[in-house]
Design a protein around this ligand. Structure first.
Ligand code: PAF
Length: 290
């Protein structure tokens, strides 16, 4: 792909103008919302958006309302120059990188809260997190007005919640979920991988190994979630450095626990290595259950 002449805009008025101009020449608008610290996972979302759409907007905004009081908002990596470079290489037309007071110009009194889907998995240990995510995504969808928005499967719960919000609130856009991009060790790409030391990064490969082992067990005929979860926990424990927060086998839409696997499921893990919290998952399709 040739380098794009990606424009950087900081205000809502500017991004709306850029999108309106593209729409008035008949272009299909793709949108990739991010918090920056972009890696090849984001790169693949932008490339997919560029293949499917004519004008791609990437937002870079470290959204304060989705961080808990003890979480890493202050130290979340901010790498705008490198992010711009990746956006140019992967085909973004515009980057919208607002300051916090542009997005939250006064006290936010209106919140979007998706029920049920937000209470389990990461919602348990991160109260209020998904309310921040859905609220900022609703704001961004209303600001950018894209035809299609692209999210990564790595954040499976976020993806299910956003899809549901778009249905429930009739947002006139399509949500596309793209596959997880992985490092050589199998570790899912994440901006938080930057916090890991060399050896932690190698140990973190066990998270994907545990998911692969779960798949193999299911393909070989195991259908009991408790047995699969125990197998995964053993693989994670063996590293001696991974502290498992949860392993759940759930329905991929309702996110409710599944005890006996008779239909496609999502296997989701959250774990800590040192102070770094990582999540990963795998979607098991009907093929694996044959
Ligand atoms: O996945 C993320 O990076 C964020 O949660 C998102 C969707 C950009 C909202 O701030």
């Amino acid at each position: 792909m040739t380098m794009k002449n990606t424009v950087l805009v900081k205000t809502i008025t500017q991004v709306r103008k850029a999108v309106e101009a593209a729409k008035s020449s008949g272009k299909k608008i793709g949108f990739v919302p991010t918090m920056g610290a972009l890696h090849s996972g984001h790169g693949s979302l932008i490339e997919t958006a560029a293949r499917q759409c004519d004008f791609v907007v990437v937002s870079i905004f470290v959204n304060p309302t989705q961080f808990g009081p003890t979480e890493d908002l202050a130290k979340y990596p901010r790498t705008l120059d490198a992010d711009m470079e990746l956006c140019r290489q992967t085909g973004a037309d515009a980057v919208f990188a607002p300051e916090a007071n542009e997005m939250y110009s006064r006290e936010q009194l209106t919140w979007v809260d998706v029920e049920k889907l937000t209470t389990g998995l990461c919602g348990k240990s991160r109260p209020g997190h998904f309310r921040g995510v859905t609220t900022v995504c609703a704001k961004l969808f209303n600001i950018v007005c894209p035809h299609v928005a692209f999210f990564g499967q790595k954040d499976a719960q976020q993806a299910a919640i956003i899809k549901r919000m778009v249905i429930d609130l009739n947002f006139p856009l399509e949500i596309v979920i793209c596959p997880t991009v992985r490092e050589k060790s199998g570790l899912a790409m994440s901006s938080r991988n930057k916090y890991l030391s060399e050896s932690q990064r190698a140990d973190a490969g066990a998270i994907n190994q545990s998911l692969q082992a779960a798949c193999q067990a299911i393909i070989s005929g195991q259908r009991q979630s408790t047995a699969i979860i125990a197998l995964m926990r053993e693989i994670l424990d063996r590293t001696g450095v991974i502290e498992t927060e949860y392993i759940h086998i759930v329905d991929s839409e309702s996110l409710e626990d599944v005890d006996t696997i008779t239909r496609p499921v999502l296997i989701a893990v959250a774990a800590k290595i040192g102070a770094t919290r990582l999540i990963d998952n795998i979607l098991l399709d009907a093929q694996a259950l044959k």
